[in-house]
Design a protein around this ligand. Structure first.
Ligand code: GTS
Length: 233
């Protein structure tokens, strides 16, 4: 990827709102992308409390039909949900680093690997959390299927093994450059750690990649935001 491009000049980018929850793994993906691109100062975070089920209330469902976080709101009122879509939007604002690819080949690979990270790992951890554990509690978890949740826990572990194998042969999830796909797998690792789904000992390449990811300033910025704790309501 080109290294000649400059970081986004944040002062030229209009302010945005992001509805999220401070330590959520999906919200983490967007917060890390924002930190990578130096855009955190442009964002006002609006807290939606997952634990009290605020995201399932009619007011929030009017913002995002899917009742999930995060959601980006632009100054003209446009609402963009889905981490990949939000990251794509942020990346299209210009600048460096590019997270979603520059060449057609990079864009295709990053899209594929991001989707794969979701299907094989992150979303599976999420289903495990909502079905095989108490999840967000009885007010939010109106239907639970523990057997399905356990299956998805197994799927997530298989996903970890898949990414471990992949990372034996390349430094980043979509090849030689850090991208949105790395952030998606990182989201899986963040969620797995929260729900105590252990990364198999033998996944040495995945663990080494994870160590590298945790050294990135964007990850550390995200962690610092989490450590500030839940926003006062
Ligand atoms: N496909 C969506 C995306 O990529 O944005 C999934 C978003 C998602 O599941 N977000 C979680 C959520 O809203 C937030 S967190 O679990 O990471 O904190 N979950 C609430 C629920 O009830 O499913």
């Amino acid at each position: 990827m080109s290294t000649t491009q400059q970081r986004v000049d944040a002062s030229t980018i209009p302010s945005m709102k992001i509805y999220d929850w401070f330590d959520g793994p999906y919200p983490a993906r967007v917060r890390i992308a924002l930190a990578e691109k130096g855009l955190l100062p442009n964002v006002e975070f609006v807290s939606v409390n997952l634990w009290t089920g605020e995201h399932k209330e009619p007011e929030f469902l009017a913002i995002n039909y899917s009742g999930t976080l995060p959601v980006l709101e632009l100054q003209d009122g446009t609402l963009i949900a889905e981490c990949t879509a939000i990251t794509q939007y942020l990346d299209s604002l210009d600048g460096h680093p590019v997270l979603t690819g520059e060449t057609p080949r990079e864009k295709g690979l990053i899209h594929m690997m991001t989707k794969r990270a979701e299907i094989e790992f992150l979303d599976a951890v999420s289903v495990y959390f909502h079905h095989a554990t108490p999840g967000l509690g009885p007010k939010v978890e109106l239907y639970q299927n523990a057997e399905w949740g356990a299956k998805m826990g197994e799927k997530a572990i298989r996903g970890m093994r898949y990414f471990d194998n992949l990372l034996k042969g390349q430094p980043f999830v979509a090849g030689n450059t850090f991208s949105m796909a790395d952030i998606a797998v990182l989201g899986g690792m963040i969620f797995a750690s929260l729900v105590k789904l252990p990364v198999p000992e033998e996944c040495v390449a995945l663990r080494a990649w994870h160590d590298n990811m945790q050294e990135r300033p964007s990850y550390q910025t995200w962690r610092a935001l989490v450590e500030q704790g839940a926003p006062k309501s």
